[in-house]
Design a protein. Structure first.
Length: 210
């Protein structure tokens, strides 16, 4: 089916307007979200393209309160080390508008955490190692699919990447071939959260037409 030119332009403008409403949230409402919704959004992420179609991703949904608390505790240890000894003055200045600190209560507060892992290699049915091609790029694309799907349903997210994140393998019992990619914090936004005043680059600043 061919879509008329004016119709497809209008649809693209509507989609742009919708996606511009997506914002990163750091304070979440405790309203429950059916886990089937999260599972369906992860299934959407699983439709993303990947190097040689090897699909080098693992998504771990965490709803259990004790596990979320343990992740928060381990993440705050990493943050304390980062803010005390590793952060540069330039990076600290970049973070100022976001009002960030070492405490990460959203990890315990949000109804779900989705820990996303990159599979550096996999194994076939005979147990033979399969090296994955472009695994990080592939997982990044799948994560974008997931964030967009959740936003489409009115569900907010926070992409959180404490460095290093190897504590996730231990807490969640993930194997050595999986590297933590990011923690996606998922839930409805709290009406009490004051969004920081930030802006995105103009199209002319990110687009080159040849």
């Amino acid at each position: 089916m061919v879509i008329e030119k004016n119709d497809i332009i209008k649809k693209s403008e509507e989609l742009l307007s919708f996606m511009k409403k997506r914002r990163t949230i750091r304070l979440f409402d405790k309203t429950n979200i059916p886990i089937e919704v999260i599972e369906n959004c992860i299934a959407i992420a699983g439709t993303a393209p990947s190097g040689a179609n090897l699909q080098p991703w693992t998504f771990v949904i965490i709803k259990d309160k004790e596990t979320k608390k343990k992740i928060m505790q381990e993440a705050e240890k990493v943050e304390e080390e980062f803010y005390a000894h590793k952060i540069s003055d330039e990076w600290r200045e970049c973070l100022k508008p976001l009002n960030l600190d070492v405490r990460k209560p959203f990890l315990e507060q949000a109804p779900y955490l989705i820990c996303i892992f990159t599979q550096i290699y996999g194994k076939d049915k005979q147990g033979k190692r399969i090296n994955h091609r472009y695994p990080f790029e592939s997982v990044g694309i799948a994560t974008g699919f997931l964030i967009s799907a959740l936003h489409h349903l009115g569900i907010a997210t926070l992409t959180y990447t404490p460095t290093p994140m190897d504590f996730l393998n231990k807490v969640l019992g993930r194997p050595e071939n999986e590297r933590p990619f990011l923690i996606l914090v998922v839930g409805y936004p709290s009406s009490k959260y004051d969004l920081p005043h930030i802006s995105k680059k103009d199209l002319n600043d990110i687009l080159i037409k040849i």
